[in-house]
Design a protein around this ligand. Structure first.
Ligand code: SAM
Ligand code: DTB
Ligand code: SF4
Length: 338
């Protein structure tokens, strides 16, 4: 779709937009299902990039303990716990600007292999990546690689100066060449304009192939970062972006990522209506807090929704759905992996 058409869509009356997005959502997905995912920071802090929003950049002054790359066993233990808690996708994040070949990367490949063998979708976000490294991750069993465009190309250089938009696009191309699905989205509420949000959605939807997953992060204003005092984005703008993402990328998982802790359950329900169908569960994202598991399962229950089954090679691993398979789920661990 052309930029002008995306703009026209974006500016529709909100309730019409949500109605249209809900229609697209129901035609392409089971709208009762929510994919539950867990994040783990496998290497925390000390990152050389200067992303203005990030707690992990050495250029910022966030109060954060740096941690070296975790051991494979520890990561797989966390993955097992996440699976028991009902998660079907496990995403490992490292505060690296780029992947360097060597023992650390080999260890990450072992982690991916272990998570995949548990019957969970394995996802990584490790910064920039070459095609050869992407192939290694694919061979280890990686389902998806998270690499966000974050905002429009124009606003990007106001947020990050140590890399370019083209660097991001190059990594996304390497991921696609290796046959790995891309998880690619952005951050809203960084002081960008409506035009920037429209351009981001336009660029995301014109990626070829479209991202399998589109994380929509609401900025978590971390103390000690240059964006700590940025004005909070109106929640209807957040919902508008989710609806437009759903219409432009009908088959993608639209993933509510950072920022949910500050968003009311009513607004989250509206986002589900507008087509969001994946959330990160667990009380921590990478370094910032997230709603507790009970909040999420209660909300799904109240709305008559249920956790989604994991998918491997396009086929569901379980026939019943996540947890016990009851609508709304109960957070139980009775998930049988094939
Ligand atoms: N270093 C890798 C990279 O930048 O691609 C991976 C880790 S990075 C923390 C993953 C994503 O988290 C970023 O692309 C950004 O979209 C999101 N993120 C980081 N800090 C955030 C914050 N304070 N609020 C919202 N989203 C944030
Ligand atoms: C994404 O887009 N959001 C997640 C995941 N991909 C890796 C990360 C959110 C991080 C929020 C800030 C933090 O916890 O440090
Ligand atoms: Fe580093 Fe990623 Fe944080 Fe940027 S977003 S500072 S690349 S960890």
């Amino acid at each position: 779709m052309k930029l002008e058409d995306v703009k026209e869509l974006y500016q529709k009356p909100l309730l019409d937009l949500i109605y249209d997005a809900a229609t697209v959502h129901r035609a392409n997905h089971d709208h009762y299902e929510m994919q539950m995912c867990t994040l783990l920071s496998i290497k925390t802090g000390g990152c050389m990039e200067d992303c203005k929003y990030c707690s992990q950049s050495i250029h910022n002054n966030a109060d954060l303990e740096k941690e070296i790359l975790m051991k494979t066993d520890e990561v797989l233990e966390q993955a097992r716990k996440a699976k028991e808690a009902g998660s079907t996708r496990f995403c490992m994040g490292a505060a690296w600007p780029r992947v360097l070949d060597g023992r650390a990367f080999d260890r990450v490949c072992d982690m991916v292999k272990g998570v995949s063998e548990m019957g969970m979708e394995a996802c990584c976000t490790l910064g920039m990546l070459t095609e050869e490294q992407a192939v290694k991750l694919k061979e280890a069993g990686l389902t998806a690689y998270n690499h966000n465009l974050d905002t429009s190309e124009e606003y990007y250089e106001k947020i990050i100066s140590t890399r370019t938009y083209q660097d991001r696009l190059d990594t996304l191309a390497n991921v696609a060449k290796a046959g790995i699905s891309a998880c690619c989205g952005g951050i809203l509420g960084m002081g960008e304009t409506e035009e920037d949000r429209i351009k981001l959605l336009h660029t995301l939807s014109n990626l070829d192939p479209q991202p399998e997953s589109v994380p929509i992060n609401m900025l978590v204003p971390v103390k000690g970062t240059p964006l700590e005092d940025v004005e909070t984005l109106d929640i209807f703008e957040w919902i508008r972006c989710i609806a437009v993402a759903r219409i432009l990328m009908p088959k993608s998982m639209v993933r509510l990522s950072a920022g949910r802790l500050e968003i009311s359950k009513e607004a989250q329900a509206m986002a589900f209506m507008a087509g969001a169908n994946a959330i990160f569960t667990g009380e921590k994202l990478l370094t910032t807090p997230n709603p507790e598991k009970d909040f999420d399962y209660e909300l799904l229950g109240e709305l008559g929704m249920k956790p989604r089954a994991p998918y491997k090679d396009g086929e569901p691993v379980t026939a019943q759905g996540g947890g016990c398979g009851k609508p709304g789920g109960c957070g139980c661990a009775s998930q049988e992996a094939a």
